[in-house]
Design a binder for this molecule. Structure first.
Ligand SMILES: Nc1nc2c(c(=O)[nH]1)N[C@H]1C(S)=C(S)[C@@H](COP(=O)(O)OP(=O)(O)OC[C@H]3O[C@@H](n4cnc5c(N)ncnc54)[C@H](O)[C@@H]3O)O[C@H]1N2
Ligand code: MOO
Ligand code: MG
Length: 408
């Protein structure tokens, strides 16, 4: 077919998309809002933490050299230091301080002996130390967590719970992150109705709500634009209302049918086409283009195709816009349970349920792989990558599995 372009390999298609994406402008948000996003700039520590050497155990702060003689060694207890209080006495030779976990170390102390290795002498301010310890024993040094002026976290660092805790400890109650991508979601098709309408011969638009959820889970802000009828004018009119969005997702109308108008509508609106058609199944007719800063994805209409192309192409783009550095779909190795065959030419992304058995992840293909029904995505935990030029995978083959973001 002369008017149909060659199929692009999946990696090249993704590379072409990613080279057009860069982190969005910075906004300052609370830790709640920052979870799972990336830092937009390097953050320097404002505070040295812990602010002082402190004890890692409940026990006795000692001078290690006092414990060199025959054991046990008797030491005079000068004071008790609690977390939240400051010690008042310096340790002189032959003395120690009772100390609690987290309490600052007194001057002169260079080690802590845990309480279980000591024996208190009843009625006396004296303790018997039952073991010798090296200097530094059970001491958490000042600055172990952060040193004022040092880079605490670099731009691009994904903000998980410990990372946000580190920033919080610095008194940073808001953090700089690229703003969330604004994503418009448009369905196209005369056969579609909303779930709350009587179908009257139509089918419910499941792609738009599914894609909106996938966008939200990927960190974007979805806006549903509704359903455009199958005319070029209707699709064009809907797409003309997408200024201000970073990403536009349409579903359906990208193949070669008489009512497949998305490509023509994009072209008429001046969207520069980056590519059309990728060597994959499901999802082959994917079209991607750009106008100004807005990236347009024409996802195929089959419900599973739209979700699979979201995973393979849209999610990586959203992650890059969010400033995350690790944007490629994650992969793990596993083994195939059963066998698979196909014609060479397209890479297949087979929906599988993967379970751990005897230390390996065994991937069992779902019974139906047709992309026209959601059942072929339901219960899938991973996509099994059946490479483009390969035509058979035998039982037990080592395979590459992509964990799915849509799993419950
Ligand atoms: N001659 C060829 N025909 C087709 C080819 C091809 O290479 N040559 N590719 C097939 C593949 S693969 C796919 S995928 C589909 C893609 O089709 P479109 O993107 O043009 O989508 P439609 O034709 O409009 O619809 C396909 C299918 O999906 C249902 N659909 C559409 N939108 C929704 C929605 N929002 N919610 C639920 N279901 C939806 C629609 O009713 C159709 O059944 O093309 C093949 N054909
Ligand atoms: O690629 Mo289509 O997405 O196979 O059904
Ligand atoms: Mg079609």
């Amino acid at each position: 077919m002369s008017d149909v372009p060659a199929l692009l390999p999946v990696e090249e298609a993704r590379a072409r998309i990613l080279e057009r994406c860069a982190p969005l402008p910075t906004e300052w948000v609370s830790g709640d809002e920052a979870l799972g996003r990336a830092l937009a700039e390097d953050v320097l520590a404002r505070r040295t933490l812990p602010p002082w050497d402190n004890s890692a155990m409940d026990g006795y702060a000692v001078r290690a050299e006092d414990l060199r003689g025959p054991l046990p060694v008797r030491l005079a207890v000068g004071e008790t230091v609690f977390a939240g209080r400051l010690p008042v006495r310096e340790l002189t030779p032959g003395t120690c301080a009772r100390i609690m976990t987290g309490a600052p170390l007194p001057q002169g102390a260079d080690a802590v002996v845990m309480r279980e290795r000591t024996r208190a002498i009843a009625g006396a301010d004296t303790v018997e130390i039952l073991e010798a310890v090296a200097p530094g024993n059970f001491i958490r040094p000042r600055g172990e967590d952060a040193r004022e002026g040092d880079v605490l976290a670099r731009r691009g660092t994904p903000l998980g719970i410990p990372e946000l805790g580190l920033l919080w400890a610095q008194g940073m109650t808001s953090v700089p992150v690229p703003r969330r991508p604004r994503v418009a979601v448009l369905s196209t098709g005369d056969e579609l109705c909303r779930a709350d309408e009587p179908p009257e011969g139509r089918i419910v638009d499941t792609n738009a709500p599914a894609l909106a959820l996938a966008v939200r889970r990927a960190g974007g802000l979805p806006t549903m634009l509704g359903i455009a009828r199958d005319t070029q004018e209707a699709v064009q009119e809907a797409l003309a209302r997408t200024d201000g969005f970073d990403v536009v997702l349409t579903s359906a109308g990208v193949s070669v049918g008489d009512h497949d108008f998305v490509k023509a509508a994009l072209e008429a609106l001046g969207v520069e086409q980056h590519f059309w058609r990728v060597a994959i199944k499901p999802g082959k007719p994917l079209v991607v283009g750009q106008r100004g800063p807005t990236l347009f994805f024409g996802l195929p209409g089959n419900p599973t195709s739209s979700l699979v192309t979201f995973e393979l192409f849209v999610r990586p783009a959203l992650r890059r816009l969010l400033g995350l550095e690790d944007v490629e779909p994650p992969r793990v190795s596993g083994r195939l349970e059963g066998r698979l065959t196909k014609q060479p030419g397209l890479a297949h992304f087979v929906r599988v349920t993967a379970t751990w058995r005897a230390g390996e992840l065994w991937a069992k293909p779902l019974g139906t792989q047709t992309s026209g029904v959601l059942r072929s995505a339901s219960a899938a935990t991973h996509l099994l990558h059946f490479p483009r030029e390969s035509s058979s995978l035998t039982d037990g083959s080592h395979v590459e599995l992509l964990p799915l973001s849509w799993v419950a």
